[in-house]
Design a protein around this ligand. Sequence first.
Ligand SMILES: Cc1cc2nc3c(=O)[nH]c(=O)nc-3n(C[C@H](O)[C@H](O)[C@H](O)COP(=O)(O)OP(=O)(O)OC[C@H]3O[C@@H](n4cnc5c(N)ncnc54)[C@H](O)[C@@H]3O)c2cc1C
Length: 463
Amino acid sequence: MRGDGALERLGREGRIVVVGASLAGLRAAEALRDEGFAGSLTVIGDEPHEPYDRPPLSKQVLLGRASAGRTALPRLRAVDATWRLGVAASGLDMAAGLVRLADGDEVPYDRLLIATGVRARPWPQEAEAELDGVFVLRTSDDSAALARRLDAGPERVLVIGAGFTGSEIASACRERGLPVTVAERGAAPLVGALGGVVGAVAADMQREGGVDLRCGVMVTALEGDASGRVRAARLSDGSTVETDVVVVSLGATRNTEWLAGSGLGAGPRGIACDAGCRAFDIRGIVTDDIYAAGDVARCPHPLFGYQFLALEHWGNAVAQARIAAHNMLSESAERVPHMEVPSFWSAQFGVNIKSVGVPSMATEILITQGSLESRRFVGVYGYQGRVIGAVSFDHGRWLPFYQELIETTAPFPPPFATVDRRPGGQRPVDADFPDPSVPTHGPTVTLSGYSPADRRTTFTPAH
Ligand SMILES: Cc1cc2nc3c(=O)[nH]c(=O)nc-3n(C[C@H](O)[C@H](O)[C@H](O)COP(=O)(O)OP(=O)(O)OC[C@H]3O[C@@H](n4cnc5c(N)ncnc54)[C@H](O)[C@@H]3O)c2cc1C
């Protein structure tokens, strides 16, 4: 499908296959039809469900405000496609241009989009992970099962890992009046994503919200009773937590195993792509017919030193899906790069948290508006004289302004005075991120392409 007229033929009668029937997969399928693709479209998904939304699974569903089965993603348009749901893609033959399915079928493609996302990292001790009452939270089935157990009124919920998902789960449980312990290996909740200064605020929020928060400790073992139900967890500080529900919230693993041996540049960090979502093969040469989008993709970002960013962000999945769909139907000169500034939101302990940019790359933070004490503030993150991220706690309407600073490579600290800048908030301080080589709960942005521990990238401020 290359050469003269090949693209027109592709658009008219080509075969496009999307693997992964969730947010990125659905939005890509819609965008392909929006772009005028009239050929055959097949969407393959290993879950039996229609594409659904995940953010409510740790929020509204656990609060009992929505059922897990009712978070279907809105359809932005009708999509004429063959949906192969409930069957996994098990292999890729790049030379033959076909996807192998777990049921033995083979689906040929002219263009392939991989949007297989991530899955929850399970508790590492298999027998302990099998205990009744031990959960992870990634899918709607996970959420339904956990919500049912919370409805039954457990004695105590133990959340292992205080990243965004773990913290939201703890928040929902407290809102339901359930006793909660959170165990976090790092110094504070959210520390991997937002650093220690903001993490300290998150810790206060949890403690004030009634969470028994234990930081700087690891859970070393889960214990079950004679009937195989979890009854306690042992911690590295020698303490024991009696609990009948454990939610393991240790971050995610990219769904790339099915690509092993295919020759595609895919591995535990995701699928390496160019800025236009075209996947690389293992030689580092870009393919022209295979694309990746969403949580499974990692792409170089011009605003962040062309580092490869792997993002577990809803908005990123939507943006990349559209870009991949456009680019797979376009001539080289019409292809567009993925340049969106990463953004993320979370709701926990009554506070609306939003972030833009890549805070975890920063070395410094400056509170430009509000105050940490009031838990209503904007913190701006700096790295080598540039603004590279911002976070707001209940101050979200300001974030577009800070996003513009990131897009225009504005200097850090920002030169403007703000009306409510407080004494003590005037000077940047160490943002206090943990050493990136030490795993915490798994931040939602992963920098890769070199060891993030050595922070080698150099920014050249434009001002
Ligand atoms: C509980 C929770 C809360 C969240 N809250 C927020 C939030 O507040 N804000 C935010 O920005 N983001 C949030 N996110 C992240 C957001 O939901 C993800 O970024 C988004 O779902 C990514 O979409 P995706 O399509 O790339 O991947 P996924 O949604 O992970 O979908 C990938 C799909 O591919 C399927 N698949 C995997 N392997 C195969 C295979 N071999 N064959 C076929 N199918 C396969 C998977 O089963 C899955 O259905 C949250 C995520 C979770 C789990």
